[in-house]
Structures are given as structure tokens and as C-alpha cells.
Write a protein that binds this ligand. Structure first.
Ligand code: CA
Length: 220
């Protein structure tokens, strides 16, 4: 799950990023409306947190343009503006929810989960390949009738592989999806995660589902 924060107050943006990262999300940051629009259109986010008073392009305009251009990603507006008119204007522009600063991080997190659940209910039923089932809404994985416990990152990697069944997924695709845009760690971190994922998914099963494509990446 990857979230974009469009917020010009760097300190606040970093606090939200830290909290969401600890909750298992990958997080990208944009610090003005122009950069935010660009990333929101180019990358595939599960949710966008959008401030209203932003340099270059304001949040209402960003939101309207994204919707006009067919971007359906759920958007939560986060702003110091708190009048009813401001809220209505925000929701009219195509946002899904609205949170007024100062806010509690727990509330932000629960609204994020609610929005993602709502949008994934519409778009994503459970994924099944042979006797492996991953349910993005319940956040559960079952192999051969037995439930498998995965960390948030392992879960994201498995979901990515299963959504692209029979396609080779490169290490950099995995890093982009599961970590974030600016991640510059070693790509062998992916191999480490795949080793534990494989142990949990495949070690007890007769048929191994996760295949290594040497020098390139992985596929299911
Ligand atoms: Ca601002």
C-alpha cells in the first residue's frame, strides 16, 4: 500500500510519513501542488493526503484536476481551514474525506483504513492462485487451508506478485511498490524479503509457487 502526502509543512509531512511507515505503508512526499499533481498522475497510489494551502497550485485545484483527468485514487483533504464552506468546497472538488488541523494521528489512520477498505471493496476481490488465497480487505493469506502470518511488507510483495500472475516482477518494481519513491537502499533487501516470504508460503507445500527469474526478479 502506497500513500502520497502533498503538504508544504515539512515537519508535519515528516511526522505523518513516520507514523504511516510504522503502520506498514510506503509513503511518498510532495511539497507543493505542482509536484503533488505530477506524482499523483504518474504513480499508482492507494491514497492521497492533500493539504489545501499549497505553493504553486492550491489543493482544491489539484483535486479538481486529478478527478478531471480520471485519477480515482481516494483523497483525504487535510487542512487548517475549518469552516463548513471550506469543507463543502473540498468535498465538491472530488475529495473523499476531510480532516481539520490539528488532528489526531489515530483518527487520520482510521480514516485512511476506512477509505482504502471502501475503495478496495469496489475494485479488488480476493486473489487466488491454486491453493493460495490473499484477501486485500481482510488482510489475510491462506495456503492449503492454513492461515499464513505475513508482515506488511511481505504482504505487499505477495499481493504485487499475485496481481501480476505469470509476469516477471523486477526487483526495482518491488522496491517502487513496497518501499517508496526515494528509497535508495540495496536491491538485495528484496531478496531477503523474498526468502522469508517463500519460507512462509512455499516451504510446506508440494508445489512451489514463487519462482526466481535469475538476474531479473520474481514471478508467481
Ligand atoms: Ca499548507
Amino acid at each position: 500500500m502506497c500513500i502520497l502526502i502533498v503538504e508544504d509543512e515539512r515537519r508535519l509531512s515528516n511526522i505523518i510519513k513516520r507514523g504511516l511507515t510504522e503502520a506498514g505503508f510506503a509513503v511518498d512526499q510532495a511539497f507543493d501542488g505542482e509536484e503533488g499533481s505530477y506524482l499523483a498522475e504518474e504513480e499508482d497510489y492507494d491514497l492521497i493526503i492533500l493539504d489545501l494551502m499549497l505553493p504553486k497550485v492550491d489543493g482544491i485545484t489539484v483535486c479538481k484536476n486529478l478527478r478531471k483527468n480520471g485519477v480515482k485514487t481516494p483523497i483525504i483533504i487535510l487542512t487548517a481551514k475549518s469552516s463548513i464552506e471550506d469543507k463543502l468546497q473540498g468535498l465538491d472538488s472530488g475529495a473523499d474525506d476531510y480532516l481539520t488541523k490539528p488532528f489526531s494521528f489515530l483518527e487520520l489512520k482510521s480514516r485512511i483504513h476506512a477509505l482504502i477498505r471502501r475503495s478496495s471493496k469496489e475494485a479488488t476481490p480476493a486473489l487466488t492462485i491454486e491453493d493460495l488465497t490473499l484477501d486485500p480487505i481482510k488482510h489475510s493469506v491462506v495456503r492449503n487451508g492454513e492461515s499464513v502470518n505475513l508482515t506488511p511488507k511481505e504482504f505487499s510483495i505477495l499481493e504485487l506478485l499475485m496481481r501480476h500472475r505469470d509476469e516477471v516482477i523486477t526487483r526495482s518494481m518491488i522496491i517502487e511498490h513496497v518501499w517508496d519513491y526515494n528509497y535508495d537502499g540495496m536491491s538485495n533487501v528484496v531478496d531477503v524479503f523474498l526468502t522469508t516470504l517463500r519460507r512462509k508460503i512455499d516451504s510446506k507445500a508440494n508445489k512451489k509457487l514463487i519462482q526466481t527469474i535469475h538476474g531479473v526478479g520474481y514471478k508467481i
